[in-house]
Write a protein that binds this ligand. Structure first.
Ligand code: PHE
Ligand code: ZN
Ligand code: ZN
Ligand code: CA
Length: 475
């Protein structure tokens, strides 16, 4: 995921007047000044989570009202600050859960720096250290970045995960439903789960995958603040695991859970030896008094340091190795923008679920003789060494036949006067779980073609073809 600085980028940096101090290395860029993330504001967010729990039966557990209230409250704060937010729902054995995803809509979308925390508690209590603390810290960092008025070099995205306590379900759902091209744009995922433990330690996740220096950056940050740290292998115990399993670089900090602080650790960090880092871990007493505010203050400033610095990190120019998507508005979230065809096909109707976000292309479903289409023109570069069309489709039908094709969706490429059908799906392909389809478009390199979805229904019994998250990817 790391690319060397291109000559063009260097030229631009110089032309833009990057600080070049005589006698210093000629490509020095202005150092990023660390923010001071407000501990007062972060504590106020924690008090808000406590209030939400108090008003909702004492917890913020998946499937209970206290979780949805937490998600709605976090989303509203981010919306008000100008983030582009998504409430992503998914089902669990305990009921519907939600991820809140917030993106700062500036910076290079090909290089995404993501920071996250789980927002759910266990059912036993309000979950203020676990993990109101990480959520409040990540939220306050995001709000402070927005208020700083900066434009980052990279794209900043924040995730507040649901159902971590049921087995990391929210973060797994998020990564499993990210199109491959989007996964490749994530340069770093940073996780914060329990950062204000009442008897705190200062642990840094031991992810030392090749090319991932974020772990060392955290260590030197804390060292610079005279806080000693220990690397810890927490693999599998929090939401970074979902990102790690995709091979993405991850980092994170942790102030300790049910484990006992040793006397050596008490000497190093203060607090009580032979007592758990968090004696209220997963208990009803994990309230807004179950917090070490010094730990909270240090940890949120570390989050700020990481976000501010990785926002400006040079990941090189050009698309990531997984390729860039040549389609505009590929997930239909801007409505029909960039798509042409039958009006009303691109819709946010709640009658059919989007795969991601709210919008999708819903073709047919009329139950009467009709055709509908939507398509987009795309120029495949002459120099392309690969070109792939991909999209996700969901098909439901009122037809009951297991042998006769009545209603169809054709995937076509229109090249001047020639139309080629790449695939035809029908009422026989009923599948209400979105599935991804891919096609090779390399035959069209050097041409501008239209990628088109064309639906047709016969006289009765509806079939709905719902398409979302399209891509024409070139390396
Ligand atoms: N994820 C654990 C929980 O929520 C806590 C934890 C965080 C454990 C980080 C280890 C490392 O219960
Ligand atoms: Zn927990
Ligand atoms: Zn946790
Ligand atoms: Ca969508």
């Amino acid at each position: 995921m790391r690319r060397s600085l291109s000559a063009a980028a260097l030229g631009l940096a110089l032309a833009a007047g990057a600080l070049v101090v005589p006698g210093s290395p000629s490509f020095a860029t202005a150092a990023v000044v660390d923010p001071d993330i407000s501990a007062t504001n972060t504590k106020a967010h924690l008090d808000q989570f406590q209030t939400i729990a108090n008003n909702n039966g004492g917890n913020r557990y998946t499937g209970r009202t206290g979780y949805k209230a937490s998600a709605d409250w976090v989303k509203a704060k981010l919306d008000a600050a100008g983030f582009t937010t998504t409430l992503q729902s998914f089902s669990t054995s305990a009921g519907t859960s939600y991820n809140v995803i917030a993106e700062w809509p500036f910076g290079d979308a090909n290089h995404v720096v993501m920071t996250g925390s789980h927002l759910d508690s266990v059912s036993a209590g309000p979950g203020i250290n676990d993990n109101g603390s990480g959520s409040a810290g990540v939220l306050e960092t995001a709000l402070t970045y927005a208020a700083s008025g900066q434009t980052p070099k990279n794209r900043l995205r924040f995730g507040f995960w649901g159902a971590e306590e049921l087995g990391l379900l929210g973060s797994k759902y998020y990564v499993n439903n990210l199109p491959a091209a989007e996964r490749d744009k994530i340069e770093l995922y940073m996780n914060f789960d329990m950062i204000a433990s009442p008897n705190p330690g200062y642990f840094i996740y031991d992810d030392n995958a090749a090319g991932n220096e974020a772990r060392d950056e955290l260590k030197s940050y804390f060292t610079g603040k005279n806080v000693q740290t220990e690397y810890i292998d927490v693999q599998g115990r929090s939401d970074h695991a979902a990102f790690r399993s995709l091979g993405l670089p991850t980092a994170g900090t942790f102030s300790g859970a049910e484990e006992i602080k040793t006397s050596a650790q008490a000497t190093k960090w203060g607090g009580q030896a032979n007592v758990a880092f968090d004696k209220c871990y997963h208990r009803s007493c994990d309230t807004n008094t179950n917090l070490d505010l010094t730990s909270l203050d240090r940890q949120i400033d570390a989050i700020g340091h990481m976000v501010w610095n990785y926002a400006q990190k040079d990941y090189g120019s050009g698309p990531p190795p997984g390729g860039s998507n040549l389609l505009a508005n590929p997930g239909f979230e801007s409505g029909a923008v960039n798509w042409t065809g039958t009006s009303g096909v691109v819709t946010s109707s709640t009658s059919k679920p989007a795969r991601t976000g709210t919008w999708k292309a819903w073709l047919q479903g009329n139950g009467s003789t009709s055709t509908e289409n939507t398509g987009q023109s795309v120029a495949i570069p002459a120099a392309a060494t690969a070109a792939t069309l991909s999209f996700w489709v969901r098909i439901d039908t009122a037809e009951t036949t297991t042998s006769t094709v009545y209603d169809t969706l054709k995937v076509q490429v229109v090249d001047g006067g020639t139309t080629t059908t790449l695939a035809t799906y029908s009422n026989l392909n009923k599948n209400t779980t979105y599935t991804e389809k891919t096609f090779n478009l390399l035959a069209y390199k050097g041409k501008t073609v239209t990628v088109k979805f064309l639906g047709a229904e016969d006289s009765s019994l509806q079939t709905s073809f719902v398409v979302d998250d399209t891509a024409v990817t070139v390396p």
